[in-house]
Write a protein that binds this ligand. Structure first.
Ligand code: HEM
Length: 294
C-alpha cells in the first residue's frame, strides 16, 4: 500500500520515542502542520492527528472519535486525548534524541510537548517486559493492509490509518509473586515456548482478544513496545486499524463489558493513558494532508 506511512507496515524498530503534543496556538497550526508534513516521511516519523486538532481546523475525518472512558468493577480505563502524536523510530538513542528536539522546535509555535516516552524492543522476538512474546497473531502481508489501512474512500483518505495508543504500567512485584503457570493462565500462552493452550481460563488475554471470535472479526495491527524509566516500566500499546471499531470491541471485552469476565492482564498491568489518532497517508515522501484542505 504505497500511500500508507511506511512505519505502520514495517517491523518494530530496535528503539523508539513516542511524543504527544497539545495545541496552544491555533493561528500557527496550519503553518506548523505544513512544516511537519514536509519533514515526516512516515517511516522514521509516523504521525497521528487527534480529534482536537481536527476540530481546530474545522475538519472531520470519518471514523475518528474520542477515546472512550470505561469505568467498571474495580477497573478504570482513562481517556487522555492529545492533539498530535509522533512515533519516532530508529536504532540509535542519540539520533532519536536529536529528532525529538527537531520535531519539538518545528512544532513549538503551535504545540506544547506533553508525554515523551522512550521505548525499545526487548529481545529480537518482541517480548513484553512480562517476558511474553507480543505480536505473534498480528496479521501479515495483505492481511495487515486489510486490517490497518483505509481503502476505497477516495484520495486523501485512502492509505491512511487510525491508531489507538495506551501507556500501560506493569506491577512487577505482582508478577514476581506468581508462578509461571499462573502468568501463563493470565496470557493464555506458555512463557517458555509461546504455545497457546486450550485449558487456559476464559479470562486469559488471548481468549478475550481472539480476533476471529468477534462479529465482525476484529483484526488490528499491533506495534506495541516496552518502556522503562528508573524502576518502573510497562508497555506502550499501539494498534493500527482501518477503523477504531476492532480495537474498541476488544478493549470492551477485556474489561468484561460483554460477559462480566475481565482480562487476566489486569492482575499485573493498568493503562495510564489512552488516545486515538488519524494517521494521514503519504505522497512523494511527505504526509498528504489534502483531506484537511492543506
Ligand atoms: C499491557 C498490555 C498488554 C499486553 C502485555 C499484551 C500482551 C499480549 C500477548 C503476550 C499476546 C499473545 C501473543 C500475540 O498474539 O501477540 C497478545 C495478544 C493479543 N493482544 Fe494483547 N496485550 C496487551 C494489551 C492489549 C490490548 C489493550 C488489546 C486491544 C484492545 C490487545 C489485543 C491483543 C490481540 C488482538 C491479540 C491477539 C489475539 C489473537 O487473535 O490470538 N492487547 N497480547
Amino acid at each position: 500500500m504505497s500511500h500508507t506511512q511506511p512505519g505502520i507496515l514495517l517491523d518494530n524498530p530496535p528503539l523508539a520515542r513516542f511524543l504527544s503534543f497539545t495545541l496552544h496556538n491555533t493561528e500557527a497550526l496550519e503553518h506548523c502542520l505544513r512544516e511537519l508534513a514536509a519533514m515526516a516521511d512516515g517511516e522514521r516519523i509516523v504521525v497521528g492527528l487527534g480529534p482536537s486538532l481536527l476540530k481546530a481546523l474545522e475538519r472531520e475525518i470519518p471514523g475518528l472519535r474520542d477515546f472512550p472512558v470505561i469505568s467498571t468493577a474495580g477497573l478504570d480505563i482513562p481517556s487522555t486525548p492529545a492533539s498530535l502524536w509522533c512515533w519516532l523510530r530508529g536504532e540509535d538513542r542519540g539520533e532519536l534524541f536529536h529528532d525529538s528536539r527537531l520535531v519539538e522546535s518545528l512544532l513549538s509555535e503551535a504545540f506544547s510537548l506533553g508525554d515523551c516516552i522512550d521505548s525499545f524492543k526487548y529481545t529480537p522476538i518482541n517480548r513484553d517486559l512480562s517476558g511474553y512474546e507480543d505480536g505473534t497473531e498480528n496479521p501479515k502481508g495483505d492481511e495487515a493492509i486489510e486490517a490497518a489501512v483505509v481503502q476505497g474512500q477516495g484520495a486523501g483518505l485512502d492509505g491512511s490509518s487510525f491508531v489507538a495508543v495506551q501507556q500501560w504500567l506493569h506491577d512487577f512485584d505482582a508478577l514476581d509473586e506468581m508462578e509461571t503457570r499462573e502468568t501463563d493462565d493470565l496470557i493464555g500462552r506458555h512463557l517458555d515456548d509461546n504455545e497457546e493452550f486450550d485449558e487456559a481460563p476464559p479470562s486469559a488475554h488471548v481468549k478475550r482478544a481472539a480476533q476471529e471470535s468477534f462479529d465482525p472479526e476484529a483484526f488490528i495491527l499491533r506495534h506495541s513496545m516496552p518502556w522503562a524509566e528508573d524502576l518502573q516500566g510497562g508497555l506502550v500499546f499501539v494498534a493500527f486499524g482501518k477503523s477504531l471499531d476492532a480495537f474498541e470491541a476488544i478493549l470492551r471485552r477485556m474489561c468484561g463489558l460483554e460477559d462480566g469476565i475481565q482480562d487476566g492482564l489486569f492482575r499485573f498491568t493498568r493503562p495510564l493513558t489512552g488516545a486515538y489518532f488519524w494517521c494521514p497517508p503519504v505522497r512523494d515522501g511527505k504526509l498528504d494532508l489534502s483531506a484537511l484542505g492543506l
